[in-house]
Design a protein around this ligand. Structure first.
Ligand code: PLP
Length: 455
């Protein structure tokens, strides 16, 4: 019961991904096309390869992981389940805190669980080049890593503020052979338009997605596709290997089902990856509290409406039913670059509507304080995104102490922060402040969804 690291043997790695759609009490709302009618798979074909579109619309509960993908991800999988005994001791909590360590992948986060799968399926479909956006740089480097191993070209549009804050992420992408440009860029019509209208914009994930899609669909050879690092059903599907491993690891040490499952949520993929197998248990009667966490600066799940909205700023994507701040949202430059997306994965959004999840928002300073406690007890320096999960873990562990209850808390340690030290520097120098999105700003960005169909 006191193991600090719980390892799974390679032969015990899960061989199928879990698709929550098969177990949801009600079906999720379909994405809509420009005519307001549900889209058909072929409408997505210029953007994604058909084998991934099939996963996107699948209702099968289990989808087999191809052996070739497992061969690549054995580099870091199965990831260890660790117990945060040093943090528990520091907090004097009776809670047992476990976490999946996704920071051990070569790019440093959970993102390669899907980048490898996406690059592999694209290659199978005859695609030669992938385009994508990146916020914090974790996704861009994960796709660069995967394309390099699988033999695809890769072009990354990196949100300008992150490009400036994290130049070394760009170096990682270059090492893995990808091209990375700041977004908005001069390489696309949409990027040039935004630069003309807002020359000093810090950029946004919505703008970078528009650029990457435009780049992919305007390649006349038909050999370029777009790849998204979060939000979509197939991306969340690829991440479920995290939660499936965690279940096996908890069983190995005869630990009970977790009482609380926590993950930070930008587009929702690391959170869903850990939590969806436990959401399945909850649907079937298990008593578990499942918490996605987000910044108060970008409070999509806690303050946005559930609405149909576009996934990108240029309104090129289908309309998606999700919690959203409006596709024109330009986030404030907080340091958790990966948590600045205006929307939330439709499956996570649907599970919130079904009251299966209980989202919470945290202030920037509280998150950095939690990250320091973590670094000074457990030792590792977490990504600023991950600190939003740790702030919640500490809150829940303190609550367990106040109640005198032996709760089991499980969370996803989505990435390390070794490329994010400038944010830590600013925090240590007292230069960071708390920020809650003002009501007027929220109202302004929600103007962009007025007149769109209602879910
Ligand atoms: C370390 C880390 N955690 C979490 C996230 C949030 O993304 P998602 O919600 O897709 O997991 C990111 C995004 O870049 C990230 O880099």
């Amino acid at each position: 019961m006191n193991a600090k690291k719980i390892f799974l043997n390679e032969q015990d790695i899960p061989r199928q991904w879990y698709n929550l759609v098969a177990d949801l009490p009600t079906p999720p709302k379909p994405p809509l096309g420009p005519d307001g009618k549900p889209i058909t798979p072929d409408m997505l074909a210029p953007v994604f390869p058909m084998n991934l579109i099939e996963q996107e619309v699948s209702r099968e509960r289990w989808i087999t992981i191809p052996e070739e993908i497992l061969e690549i991800i054995y580099r870091w999988r199965p990831s260890p389940l660790r117990r945060a005994v040093y943090l528990e001791k520091h907090l004097k909590t009776p809670a047992r805190i476990y976490y999946k360590d996704e920071s051990l992948s070569p790019p440093g986060s959970h993102k390669p669980n899907t980048s490898v799968a996406q690059a592999w399926y694209n290659k199978q479909f005859g695609i030669k080049r992938l385009t994508t956006e990146t916020g914090a740089g974790q996704w861009g480097s994960a796709l660069a890593f995967a394309c390099n191993l699988i033999g695809l070209e890769c072009k990354v549009y990196m949100v300008r503020i992150s490009y400036e804050q994290k130049p070394l992420r760009k170096t990682m992408m270059r090492i893995w052979g990808a091209k990375c440009v700041p977004s908005p860029s001069k390489d696309t019509n949409f990027g040039r338009k935004v630069l003309k209208e807002m020359p000093d914009t810090p950029g946004s994930l919505g703008i970078a997605i528009s650029e990457a899609i435009e780049d992919a669909v305007s390649d006349k050879s038909g050999k370029t596709r777009y790849s998204l690092g979060s939000v979509l059903n197939h991306v969340l599907l690829h991440q479920t290997i995290i939660g499936l491993e965690a279940k096996k690891q908890l069983k190995l040490i005869d630990e009970k089902q977790p009482d609380i499952v926590i993950g930070c949520a930008g587009g929702g993929s690391n959170f869903a990856g850990l939590s969806f197998p436990f959401v399945c248990d909850k649907i079937h009667g298990a008593k578990v509290t499942i918490i996605p966490t987000e910044p108060t600066a970008c409070p999509t799940m806690t303050r946005g409406p559930f609405a149909y909205d576009f996934g990108d700023t240029a309104r090129q994507t289908p309309l998606i039913a999700m919690f959203t701040l409006g596709h024109s949202f330009i986030p404030p430059p907080i340091h958790a670059g990966g948590l600045r997306y205006h929307g939330m994965a439709p499956l996570v959004s649907h599970a919130i509507k079904e009251r299966l999840l209980e989202p919470r928002a945290y202030q920037q300073l509280e998150c950095y304080e939690a990250a320091l406690v973590w670094a000074q007890t457990e030792g590792a320096i977490c990504a600023p995104e991950t600190s939003h999960a740790i702030a919640c873990v500490i809150e829940e562990a303190n609550k367990a102490k106040a109640e005198g209850k032996e709760k089991v808390i499980l969370f996803n340690y989505s990435g390390h922060g070794l490329m994010d030290l400038s944010g830590y520097d600013k925090f240590l120098d007292g230069e960071l402040t708390n920020y809650s999105l003002p009501d007027v700003e929220l109202k302004k960005s929600l103007e962009s969804i007025k007149g769109l169909p209602k879910p």
